[in-house]
Design a protein around this ligand. Sequence first.
Ligand SMILES: [Zn+2]
Length: 194
Amino acid sequence: MLIVDTDVVLVERQLRAGELTCPSCGAALVPWGYGRPREVRGDLGARLFVRPRRSRCTDCGITHVLLPEMLWPRRMDAAEVIGAGLEIAALGMGHRRAAACLGLAEDTVRGWFRRFRRRSEDVRRFFTVALVVLADDPLMPEPAACPLADAVSAITAAHRAAVIKWPQMNTVSRWAFAGRVIDGRVLTSASSAS
Ligand SMILES: [Zn+2]
């Protein structure tokens, strides 16, 4: 799996121009059909239909699904929606209130919070390194109330640094950015993401 831009026209052009590379070996990827169509819940209950492109490596032959950055692996809610929930959690609200705010099932939101709490320290460390790489004069976020909030702050700070470095990143939300930078592993570790 490879996290790519949400713009399907751009991704198609990149794929045909050999600009997307195999995460396993670094060789160019070529088009290889499509992945399973899926329905995704967007903001305010919007239903989005996504049919991810598949690709095949010209060297090692492994196929990779190209997942638009608005999605995270194995999630049926858009990155934006899950990220909004994580921001609510960072403010200290529990999963019940967050679920009510988002109009989603409590179990769903509780699952995100649990997973992200387990990932918090790795995510915080990863995006703190990204911040140092991206910013000329990195301003470290103040310690927050809990590891989950620290992780959200680190993503926010790294995204801000990316926007300063590349103004076109302004059109990419911080949660799409987060998924792109960490290969979709915002809620899941490398071993469990596929
Ligand atoms: Zn390869």
